[in-house]
Design a protein around this ligand. Structure first.
Ligand SMILES: Cc1ncc(COP(=O)(O)O)c(C=O)c1O
Length: 422
């Protein structure tokens, strides 16, 4: 069953573009949210509005001043959404580029020597950046091995490896392959208790759409997201950086303001879409409880998003009435197990002895869009230790419905049994 009432779910779905139809394929169910969430209609409108404005920032004219006000407002909105009262937000080319930039600046401005620490749990964005900059700055790169059975990594794992010479640590908040999130506060605390000066850079790209980020609470130095995975659009990345890292010798224009992280002219429209995302979440939170408090609205929205997504993934795994869940399929193996309290809207599985490509192709033919993760440079870190060549990834978001999950389950049961005979 859905957490949202049918009316509210219908209202939510109406806020997004291409919920039920793909402009290339026609009718389809969208379970590829980890590859890119649906886009808010307000974001589409805002993007087109700002694309037509020729003015640049930093000029003494009304248009320029309006653009700068909109950027500032988006930064203020972001600090409400992501729970930060210090540091600053800035845009870049993509989540990957921002993670490279944060890691590079932290690695090159940290005290010389020591080591850089990351985990096999991470996406290549942070692992590549951390290994590259460990080598460039002549430091050892140390791996914290993740747990195959739970599909995550814990503070205890970090505690066993971190040492007082650790200068920089990268952490993945939630995995786009296992779907499991980590206790970021606990990991950051474990790191700081041994290496208090270490820079901590977090990849929040997969986590962001699932809500409840509290930057102040974590005691970290960088947090990057990809707006196309949180209801905005492609074309830019969005990051928060601590005042501490800003005070270091980070890359910037010669003689420019020291606190600046933005390089070159900004797209005001991209910032404005962040305000659209915040406005949507406040609208959603306001539907849960009638309140004037922005904080409470955002908090309620993130709790409701989590509740709907958990309802969907539980239904997917357990089934309902006479519809078998994933767990009842013959040969099924689910990464992170059937019951995992840290699952964030994503289930990756294989049917032992069956190609995941064949399953995804079959689902595509049934107009249900999912995705194959292969043991390549993106997912090999998770799949190789399991001895898997591939898996099927079904990634949901709060605007998906239990009816859509049932269509998936009926299709998978048909795949396994063959088509009905009558
Ligand atoms: C956890 C994680 N990190 C980084 C990325 C890369 O983000 P981008 O495509 O914005 O570079 C992804 C993309 O899916 C991801 O899931």
């Amino acid at each position: 069953m859905d957490y949202f009432s049918p009316n509210l779910l219908a209202e939510i779905r109406d806020k997004f573009a291409f919920v039920e139809d793909c402009p290339f394929e026609g009718k389809r169910v969208f379970f590829e949210n980890a590859g890119g969430a649906l886009t808010l209609k307000s974001v589409v409108e805002t993007s087109s509005k700002f694309a037509a404005i020729p003015d640049n920032q930093g000029r003494a004219n009304p248009a320029s001043m309006a653009l700068m006000g909109i950027i500032q407002e988006a930064k203020n909105d972001a600090s409400k959404l992501f729970g930060s009262t210090t540091g600053q937000f800035f845009v870049g080319e993509s989540g990957t580029e921002l993670l490279f930039r944060l890691v590079r600046n932290a690695a090159t401005s940290a005290k010389a020597g020591g080591n850089i620490l990351g985990s096999s749990f991470e996406h290549p964005a942070t692992r590549s950046a951390a290994k590259h900059w460990a080598s460039q700055t002549k430091r050892q790169y140390i791996n914290v091995q993740h747990e195959d059975s739970s599909g995550d990594v814990t503070a205890e794992h970090y505690s066993q490896i971190v040492n007082p010479d650790t200068r920089l640590v990268t952490i993945l908040h939630a995995s786009p392959v296992t779907g499991i999130s980590v206790d970021l506060k606990a990991i950051a605390t474990a790191v700081r208790s041994v290496a208090p000066e270490a820079f901590i850079i977090v990849d929040g790209v997969q986590y962001a759409a699932h809500g409840g980020i509290k930057i102040d609470h974590y005691n970290i130095d960088g947090y990057a997201m990809s707006p196309y995975k949180m209801y905005s659009r492609h074309g830019f990345g969005f990051a928060w950086v601590s005042d501490r890292l800003t005070q270091m010798n980070h890359e910037q224009l010669l003689d420019g303001p020291n606190e600046n992280w933005e390089l070159g002219t900004r797209d005001t429209g991209s910032y404005a879409t962040i305000s659209d995302v915040v406005e949507y979440l406040e609208w959603l939170g306001g539907k849960i409880e009638n309140t004037d408090s922005r904080h409470l609205k955002l908090h309620n929205a993130s709790k409701a998003i989590a509740a709907q997504e958990t309802a969907l993934t539980n239904l997917m795994i357990n089934g309902q009435d006479n519809i078998n869940g994933l767990k009842d399929l013959e040969g099924i193996e689910i990464i992170g197990g059937e019951k995992n309290p840290n699952r964030k809207g994503l289930v990756s599985f294989r049917i032992n002895g069956t190609s995941s490509h064949a399953i995804v192709k079959f689902l595509n033919e049934k107009a249900i869009r999912t995705h194959v993760r292969k043991a390549d440079h993106y997912s090999g870190n998770i799949l190789n230790p399991l001895g898997w060549e591939d898996c099927v990834r079904v990634s949901v978001c709060h605007y998906n419905s239990s009816e859509e999950i049932k269509l998936l389950l009926l299709a998978l049961n048909e795949f396994q049994l063959g088509p009905p005979t009558n």
